[in-house]
Write a protein that binds this ligand. Structure first.
Ligand code: Z16
Length: 821
């Protein structure tokens, strides 16, 4: 392994610093029983190295005037930081030794760390993987986000039902963030716009805001793996603006001043826990604006530190990526700043925005496409709304009219404003109109964005719509979470696969090597033993590591179809009850998923799985052939424990609904075999591993369209498939909820009278068949080992380094630090 960057500290030096921090930073002399104090001291020690590199990174980019990517995202699911930072700085062994000499296991120290859970699911975790890759590849990048006081809620189960409690990630401080008072911003909102007529006949707009909110930045350092770079994730916290406060305070309205403070602090109080549904709440809108305004002001501030009032280089220096439509208001805020504060003409300002913004679409689901009412826009951001109207006018009159003259239908369809009883702003339309590139997140998804979501935009702006397939960082999702497998791979791969994941393809040639198979599967087994312990502590269920560990981990959503797997579990249980000798290898179904607190059916699905699990896990008649566990509080840290232990990866969304998926990549990378539909990145995973090393089943996008064209009727399946009928009827009895018949009926109803919107029943039979094929494959140990090895070996495409390189080549056009020398 080539290590370009030498270790910054020896174990002895590291230990000395940890002890110094214990003694002098925390005044802790009696730390033998206090792993939390040790964790803090270790983090502070690591930070000494981190901040030095951060300073060097900043200096370098200042000197070289490097173009920067500014990643705007309402979500970052960072997880824990210590283990990754140690790996990335090549300090892991050093810290391990130092901590051991203090009487602690490094793993126990990690366990004291709190997840940074400032995101919901895939989109937030993608942002975190991208930051890791950007730093690793030495790009000048800043991530902008919100410093939520409470991240995604903590999940517990009470008698099988999900209970949410607040996430307190920084209750007692967080060692990975540093406040930057020198970069505070003041953000106006509400109020009205005054139109002033100039003597030359032109008009000037002045926004008199009704309130000002202070934005306080907190920087989280992002450490590259074996690279020169430490970048930052800058998170904005809202506070009451000081001038506003003091006026009231001095006039004696102490109480009012406090309530204004409460109101201001509410903005960054909590992450909205909805993935894939538009929250539609004013507070969410203000969150989005607050964070966009802070970030745009900060980007301009950083630029002006170098170029003062010379704007000629701005679009050469700055590119802004919008992670979904959540940060769309940044477009309007930059327009407003350029026109109202910097004296640009409208067309110069718009031309500049069209060189600066690019937009990533993450979903086709209509309920996730954001719309804000014109009324609310007007109330909160009156000046931004005016600018939005001018963009729409230009777009409709100049661009739509040029391609489709006098076509009223087309104007209506494409307009950024949706007409109707309540006028709405279509945020995605604004993004597509203004951005110079729009990308989907997997090939099939990007194709559907072109053909189904935005076909007219694709005609209007050929080559604007493009694809960048998602990826995951192999540092966290293999090197750090699966150390044994990493060592085995090190022994077979000469180059540093964590930085060049394609080099793992070299292990494919050992796929049939008996010794290698044994080593590979022994590691999987060890990981399963560890997970079995974790399952016992968190659920009380005993599972055998000899069983197939079948994993479905992701947000709970109907389109992801956890209930398809659930229905199949009912079918297996029924087969086992009918015939205790029913031939199947023992299987443990492992679920991890949070449901949005307001999502009724998602919560019913959790409840149903928990109730059925109770029954099955305690049924002696089935000889332990089937177990079902729902692990509570699924999060990045739990994923890091489950993924290395998975045999099977369930990726069973309705074709056309999962934009990409990224858990599918992490699981395959760790040697799990996918059972999945031709959806999202599954399609590309299948291309990489080959048809023999994946179980693809079910209707394709085109099949589903055809089914729907013929009028989809779930009762066709219910009436013609005895097993489906029996399983759905079972849910109406009190078999799983003694004394309370019908407690699980919501799931059955959604699949029958509810119309089965995600077409589970149409895929059930083929899914059951694919599971038999999978079971047969597992029974052949050599065959399974071969498949698992091939999966790990062929995941090179799915490193987030490749995604970032695609963004850099096709969208961002950046040069890395090293090649600028
Ligand atoms: C999200 O996590 C995703 C889409 C979206 O509109 C909102 C949220 Cl919070 C997910 C997609 O569902 C998933 O397929 C994709 O892999 C992920 O974003 C990253 O692109």
């Amino acid at each position: 392994m080539a290590t370009a960057i030498k270790k910054p500290l020896t174990a002895a030096q590291f230990k000395k610093k940890v002890v110094q921090h214990l003694n002098f930073t925390s005044s802790q002399t009696d730390y033998q029983q206090d792993p939390t104090a040790v964790l803090r001291a270790v983090c502070l020690t690591v930070n000494e190295v981190v901040y030095e590199k951060l300073t060097e990174t900043n200096q370098y980019h200042k000197e070289h005037k490097s173009r920067s990517i500014n990643y705007l995202s309402l979500e970052y699911l960072m997880g824990r930081m210590l283990s990754n930072n140690l790996h990335n700085l090549d300090l892991f062994d050093v810290a391990q030794k130092a901590v051991a000499s203090l009487g602690f296991e490094i793993e126990d120290i990690f366990e004291e760390g709190h997840d940074l859970a400032l995101g919901n699911g895939g989109l937030g975790r993608l942002a975190a993987c991208f930051l890791d890759s950007l730093a690793t590849m030495d790009f000048n990048a800043v991530g902008y986000g919100i410093h939520y006081e409470h991240g995604l809620f903590k999940q517990q189960f009470h008698q099988g039902r999900q209970i949410e409690t607040p996430d307190e990630w920084r209750e007692y401080g967080n060692p990975w963030e540093v406040c930057r008072p020198e970069a505070v911003q003041n953000i106006p909102l509400f109020g009205h716009v005054e139109t002033i007529a100039n003597t030359d006949g032109s008009v000037q707009k002045v926004w008199h805001s009704g309130q000002t909110i202070k934005g306080v930045p907190w920087d989280v350092p992002i450490v590259g793996y074996n690279s020169k770079t430490v970048n930052v994730l800058r998170l904005w916290e809202s506070r009451a603006s000081s001038h506003f406060d003091w006026d009231q305070f001095n006039s004696g309205a102490y109480q009012d001043a406090h309530s204004a403070q409460n109101h201001a602090e509410t903005i960054s109080k909590v992450l909205y826990p909805n993935d894939e549904t538009d929250a539609g709440k004013e507070l969410r809108f203000i969150q989005q604006y607050f964070f966009c305004a802070c970030s745009i002001k900060d980007i301009i501030k950083r630029y002006q530190e170098q170029y003062a009032d010379d704007w000629s280089q701005f679009s050469k220096q700055v590119v802004i990526q919008l992670n979904d439509t959540h940060p769309t208001i940044a477009i309007l805020e930059l327009m407003r700043t350029l026109i109202d504060e910097q004296g640009f003409t409208w067309s110069d300002a718009f031309a500049m925005c069209r060189e600066i913004f690019a937009y990533t679409n993450h979903t086709l689901l209509p309920e996730a496409l954001e719309k804000w009412s014109v009324d609310m826009f007007e109330r909160v951001l009156p000046r931004h709304l005016e600018i939005l109207y001018t963009i729409n006018e230009f777009f409709l009159d100049q661009e739509v009219a040029a391609l489709w003259p006098n076509d009223h239908q087309m104007r209506r369809r494409l307009s950024i404003i949706e007409e109707g009883p309540q006028k709405m702003v279509r945020m995605a339309h604004l993004c597509v109109v203004t951005s110079f590139k729009v990308n989907g997140v997997a090939q099939i998804h990007s194709d559907l964005v072109k053909s189904d979501l935005f076909p007219e935009f694709n005609q209007l702006y050929p080559s604007k719509l493009t694809n960048v397939t998602n990826g995951v960082t192999p540092r966290r999702w293999l090197k750090a979470c699966n150390p044994e497998l990493s060592k085995l791979l090190d022994s077979k791969v000469k180059s540093d696969w964590a930085k060049d994941l394609s080099s793992l393809s070299a292990v494919a040639k050992f796929a049939d090597d008996e010794k290698f198979q044994q080593k590979f599967m022994a590691i999987k087994h060890n990981n399963k033993v560890k997970l079995a312990e974790e399952i016992l502590t968190s659920t009380g269920v005993v599972v055998s590591p000899d069983a197939i560990f079948d994993v479905q981990i992701k947000r709970l959503h109907e389109y992801k179809r956890q209930h398809l797997s659930f229905l199949h579990i009912l079918a297996l249980y029924r087969r086992l009850l009918a015939d205790p000798d029913y031939d199947m290898h023992p299987r443990v179904y492992i679920f991890g998923a949070k449901a949005a607190p307001g999502y009724y059916l998602a919560k019913e699905i959790i409840y149903a799985i928990n109730k059925v699990a109770d029954k099955i896990n305690n049924d002696d008649r089935i000889n332990g052939k089937l177990k079902v566990v729902f692990m509570p509080n699924y999060r990045v840290t739990l994923a890091e424990k489950i993924i290395p232990a998975a045999d099977v990866s369930e990726q069973i969304s309705t074709a056309g609904k999962e934009a990409s998926g990224t858990g599918n990549m992490k699981l395959a990378l760790n040697g799990a075999i996918t059972i999945g539909t031709l959806d999202g990145a599954n399609v590309e995973i299948a291309e990489e591993v080959g048809d023999d090393n994946i179980f693809i089943f079910g209707n394709t996008v085109d099949d589903i369209k055809a089914l729907e064209a013929n009028g989809y009727n779930p009762y066709d399946y219910y009436n013609n498939d005895e097993e489906i009928k029996a399983c759905l009827d079972w849910l109406l009895t009190d078999y799983f909820t003694p004394g309370n018949p019908g407690e699980l009926s919501a799931v059955a109803h959604s699949l029958l009278d509810g119309g089965d919107p995600y077409r589970l029943l149409a895929d059930f039979a083929d899914y059951a068949k694919a599971n038999i094929a999978l079971d047969n494959a597992y029974k052949d140990k050599a065959r399974w080992a071969r498949m698992a090895i091939i999966n790990t070996a062929k995941m090179g495409k799915f490193t987030s380094d490749r995604s970032i390189q695609d963004y850099v080549d096709n969208i961002w056009k950046l040069t890395p630090m090293s090649s600028q020398d």
